[in-house]
Design a protein around this ligand. Sequence first.
Ligand SMILES: Cc1ncc(COP(=O)(O)O)c(C=O)c1O
Length: 403
Amino acid sequence: MSISKNFPILKTKINGHDLVYLDNASTCQKPQVMIEALSEFYTKHNANIHRSSNPLADIATKKYEDSRLAVAQFLNCQKNEIIFTRNTTESINLVAKTFAKTFLQAGDVVLLSLAEHHSNIVPWLQLKQEIGIELAYLPLDKNGYLDIVQAKIMLTDKVKFVSIQAASNVLGSIHDYREILKLAKVKNITTLLDAAQIVAHESLNVQELACDFLVFSAHKMFGPTGVGVLYGRKDLLQMMPAFLGGGEMINQVLTDTFTPNELPYKFEAGTPNIADVVAFKSSLDFIKNLTWEYIQKTEQELTDYLWQEMLKLDFVDIYGKNIANKHLPIISFNLKNAHAHDVAELLGEQAIIVRAGQHCTQILHESLGVPATVRASLTFYNTKKEIDLLIKNLRLIYNKFKV
Ligand SMILES: Cc1ncc(COP(=O)(O)O)c(C=O)c1O
């Protein structure tokens, strides 16, 4: 059975054409098992969690905590080191607004990179405004990978926090993030890894990574929207003040003070996104059953074929030209004679879904010297036939705009 059969939306037709979904870096499609788990929760188990002892609440609480355990096993950490948030963005904000705001001071440097998503820039810019930290941006080498030589130079004594992506959502480059995290750790610098793009493509083991915090979104790994993950080292999470205040995150509330709850509840104020967190476990099980070996082999073949075919098009400018190093099945490009948004719209008419714009990376696009790019991002359920369709349609669009 073809793997795409597990994803019901892939049977959809648009304008009479079969859907060709090439926007997986934005959000990827959901397997039937996850959709069923979501429906089953609301049909059979819905109750608020952690609050009352009754058979329904007990099952709902167990299912929610089973998901936390599954994420902890996925990353190889302790269960109480996993905090559920809404998305990657909220996870980074949590760290910036609690850990960094408490333990950094004016003049301390936070090292980011020029390729970061706005989610990993704006919270730090806000902190700069609030407490006067400084930001430094690691450049990319000529092939679009975080520059290790520069990292060694830029990790000065003033740097107190490093927050970098594992892979670029635009260029597709899988950086040598392990090495950069190690370099930072040698200098005792606290580190955060933005795993939003890598998490659906390779296994992550926080015991082997020199990272203190790691963040990602469930919706980019075949899970539901509205669920984010923050892994934090237990001793750091314990030192940090709570983020949002409200129910569940407290141990005791008095008229003039409160004491926070134990980990991980201290960081999960209010009723969480119970059903989606529960359903997320089936996405993790789905990946586990598929195996990383299968995912990586399939994606490598697709990446090689995509780049090989795109490089044949002499009317296309490709960003991050070299894929000699490790690479996601992502390519960002422009047609020489057409605007990115027109290209995406015309592809859309043929049911080929790509994304056009800056992909929340204005600083990267400025350094590339282009206002916008078209991005095709694939995953294991895509096919070479779909790549052929993309190429065919890019030729047609080029010819249409050629005067
Ligand atoms: C590298 C990277 N970081 C962060 C994000 C933000 O993810 P979310 O919108 O799920 O918070 C994205 C989304 O595309 C991303 O690609």
